[in-house]
Design a protein around this ligand. Structure first.
Ligand SMILES: [Zn+2]
Length: 307
């Protein structure tokens, strides 16, 4: 950015209208293009600065916009220009504030937090790293310092910052619950409120249990005789153990759906069974399988090739 209007006229934000006017006259004479040593660009610059600083309302807006806060109220105008005492002094006080300094709320942020099944059951506390914006520590969100863009934030008024937060995860929490941490989102500007941080709870899957939204998937192994004769299987869930009835003649890959109502919220348990061979079989068991083999008519693959 170029020099600010005060610097161009060689005055300060505290200068009154008389000083500004006399500074302008001196400079305008000096740099007038018709004069020896005149400079058209300089002359234009001086006029541009004067046009704003000589007008109470424009000067105030300029002060607000570029961060000249010191005694921002303009001094009374010189005599011959005293306006009729009605409208003029009223406007500058209210209009720039409304136009330039609208409160702006910060946006919300979302982050994920992974916890284990037992942490979901008993509660835990977690350290989360978030990246959010805060007010620029140098310009305090004003964007400008004495008429120049703040060098710390490049005139945005905010800075991105990593922050470590320790959050408490309450017991009996469900997968994908959103915990709201007030005020830890992005920074609000001009007096606006900070956004909130939403932490989405993700319960980690393990070998046999997988969480997906409001559905919990279980992979349950069955022994061959259980699949043939039926059985009941006890499943550990966050709401305690539940008993699943496996009917006779259940096939591998068959699915069973159970709905759980937890404090008015419906969750689904989806069980997929797999017929597996136990790692250890006794001599007697093998004998029985041999007996079965003799009795079997081998009809299972009858049409296997033809189809
Ligand atoms: Zn700044």
């Amino acid at each position: 950015m170029k020099n600010n209007y005060y610097e161009i006229l060689g005055v300060t934000p505290d200068s009154d209208m008389c000083e500004i006017k006399s500074a302008y006259r001196t400079l305008a004479r000096k740099y007038h293009p018709d004069m020896t040593g005149g400079n058209i660009n300089k002359f234009k610059e001086i006029n541009e600065a004067y046009e704003t600083l000589s007008n109470e309302r424009k000067r105030m807006q300029y002060n607000m916009l570029f961060g000249f806060y010191k005694k921002a109220a303009a001094p009374p105008p010189p005599r011959q220009e005293t306006p009729p005492p009605r409208k003029e002094p009223e406007q500058p006080k209210t209009s720039p504030k409304k136009e330039k300094v609208m409160p702006q709320n910060g946006s919300d942020l979302t982050a994920e937090v992974s916890i284990t099944m037992s942490e979901a059951k008993y509660g835990t506390s977690k350290v989360v790293n978030i990246l959010h914006t805060e007010l620029c520590p140098k310009c305090k969100g004003r964007k400008f310092i004495n008429g120049s863009h703040c060098s710390e934030c490049n005139g945005t008024g905010e800075k991105s910052r990593r922050r470590k937060l320790t959050v408490t995860v309450p017991p009996d929490i469900k997968n994908e619950t959103r915990l709201r941490i007030k005020g830890e989102g992005n920074v609000g500007k001009n007096g606006g409120q900070n956004g909130d941080l939403f932490l989405v709870i993700k319960i980690e899957s393990n070998k046999n249990v997988r969480y997906e939204g409001k559905t919990v998937h279980y992979d349950v192994p069955l022994e061959p005789h259980e699949a043939v004769l039926g059985t009941s299987v006890s499943l550990k869930t966050l709401e305690g153990n539940i008993l699943i009835k496996i009917p006779p003649r259940t096939k591998s890959g068959q699915k069973f759906r159970i709905q759980q109502n937890v404090r008015g919220d419906v969750f689904e348990i989806l069980v997929t069974v797999h017929i597996e061979i136990p790692p250890y079989l006794s001599h007697d068991e093998i004998k029985l399988y041999e007996k079965l083999k003799k009795m079997s008519n081998g009809s299972l693959r009858e049409n296997f090739i033809n189809e």
